[in-house]
Design a protein around this ligand. Structure first.
Ligand code: GLN
Length: 456
């Protein structure tokens, strides 16, 4: 049953919201200890919320368009009455005292919040191994990482512990774990969704977005969270699409899609085979396929990490032990410390415009090239992650870990929307097809994903 079919069955009284919550609680009870996905679950408040929704439905009262669907929330998004630790010792006592805008919007549509999911510390990572609560297991590939940094959110939907999960994506943190766990993940256009209440990793790159087992879950969540927010100055004004309007589509007639040679070159051969099969399905559905090239691929990771270090360093200055928990440098893990130290060094040297200014110039080059590419095509399609997820415990160098991100950071640097949907498997391990579009063409990606699912 797809997420939207379940929603309909709750609204038609074939199933209750309470049953939906109870089913998920059962799975969490059975598997969470082994998989380490949810950091905190509030069954009492979720059941209370479900009962209130069921009562409204029974009385024929109007309910929201997420009525009874169950959400897991990444541990860096503020939810009232939960510990919002960002998986860091720094904040292990930080109690969420307000709801992020996206949480209020989900609640306003009768979505149910069940708990908080594991992640890399402060979202700085691609494996969920840097969490102070220990790694999350990949439910789709036992013994392997789920990807990151929203690894708990991707694993939560893959393990059927909730209908939809929220993650944040600064350089791939929604799409990377979606790819590794075989689920759908979506990073909206920068500014389409409010970041108010999100703990920053790198504020000019961060976006909140949904993960689900199918595109209908993504579309429903986007309908709720994608909006202008007067309390958040980077959100964009203007009408949003109805993302559920394209879920029944079966044809991509009239759409031009592009593969990029350089994206294929950096990706392992078996992954390309699986992704090409998926692209072939889009062509069978009527899309016209063209080839493009992207000269600046080598600039992407250095540019992304430089900006990330500087903005993260600045964002962490408030964790000085006075207002929140501990002084971050005293308790954080190795990767977070690396970013703070290098970010501090770069910021000190900045009077000479040596690094950060150069990174911003490089970012403009990348953005211009991507936008020029998208002038002639509707979508860029290709692999989401160039490698398979490693085994938990394998020692990777920082550079090897960063290399996972080469295909995902581009969308954040350019501010464009991007999604990942399961293309197929390599040796039983899921791999994702990434679909990117022009700023505010989020709906086109949802349409292509729907067509892909309807074809399968
Ligand atoms: N892996 C990337 C990083 O470590 C992306 C993280 C993210 O998107 N939050 O910065």
């Amino acid at each position: 049953m797809s997420v939207i079919e379940k929603l309909n069955s709750i609204q038609n009284k074939e199933m209750t919201a309470k049953e939906n919550v109870e089913n998920f609680i059962k799975v969490i009870d059975e598997k969470n200890e082994e998989l380490n996905i949810f950091l905190e679950v509030n069954t009492e408040s979720a059941l209370k919320q479900a009962e209130a929704i069921d009562k409204k439905i029974a009385n024929g009262e109007k309910v929201g368009f997420l009525s009874g669907l169950v959400f897991g929330i990444k541990a860096n998004i503020n939810v009232e009455d939960y510990i919002i630790s960002a998986a860091s010792k720094t904040l292990d006592n930080y109690f969420g005292s307000y709801n992020a805008t996206v949480i209020d919007k989900i609640l306003a549509e009768d979505g149910i919040i069940l708990g908080i999911t594991n992640m890399d510390e402060f979202a700085a990572g691609s494996s969920t191994e840097t969490s102070c609560f220990g790694p999350t297991q990949n439910p789709a590939a036992p013994g392997r990482i789920p990807g990151g940094s929203s690894g708990g959110s991707a694993a939560a939907v893959a393990a059927e512990m909730c209908d939809i999960a929220l993650g944040s994506d600064t350089g791939g943190s929604i799409r990377n774990p979606a790819s590794h766990c075989g689920v759908v993940g979506f990073k909206p256009t920068y500014g389409a969704v409010s970041r108010q209440g999100l703990l920053d990793l790198s504020m000019s790159l961060d976006q909140i977005g949904p993960l689900a087992n199918d595109t209908s879950g993504i579309a429903l969540a986007l309908n709720a969270i994608s909006d202008y927010d007067e309390t958040e100055c980077t959100t964009l004004k203007g009408e949003r699409s109805d993302f559920t309007s394209v879920l029944e589509e079966k044809s991509l007639e009239g759409m031009k899609i592009a593969v990029c040679k350089e994206f294929i070159d950096v990706t392992d051969a078996e992954i390309n085979v699986a992704v090409n099969k998926a692209i072939h399905k889009l062509v069978e559905a009527g899309a016209e396929l063209v080839e493009v090239s992207f000269d600046h691929i080598d600039l992407c990771l250095p540019t992304y990490y430089l900006i990330n270090y500087v903005e993260f360093f600045s964002a962490t200055r408030k964790y000085d032990g006075r207002d929140y928990g501990y002084r971050i440098e005293n308790v954080c893990g190795e990767e977070v410390l690396r970013r703070i130290e290098i970010g501090s060094y770069i910021s000190q040297k900045e009077y000479s415009g040596k690094f950060y200014k150069k990174a911003l110039q490089a970012r403009s080059l990348i953005r211009d090239e991507i936008n020029a590419m998208l002038e002639n095509v509707d979508l860029i399609v290709g692999p989401t992650v160039p490698k398979l997820p490693h085994k938990i415990g394998d020692e990777l160098t920082p550079m090897e870990m960063y290399a996972y991100d080469v295909l995902t950071v581009i969308a954040n640097l350019a501010g464009i929307p991007a999604g990942s949907i399961k293309a197929g498997e390599v040796d039983g391990i899921p791999v994702g097809l990434q679909i990117q579009a022009k700023p505010l063409d989020d709906l086109k990606i949802i349409k292509a994903m729907s067509v892909f699912e309807n074809e399968n």
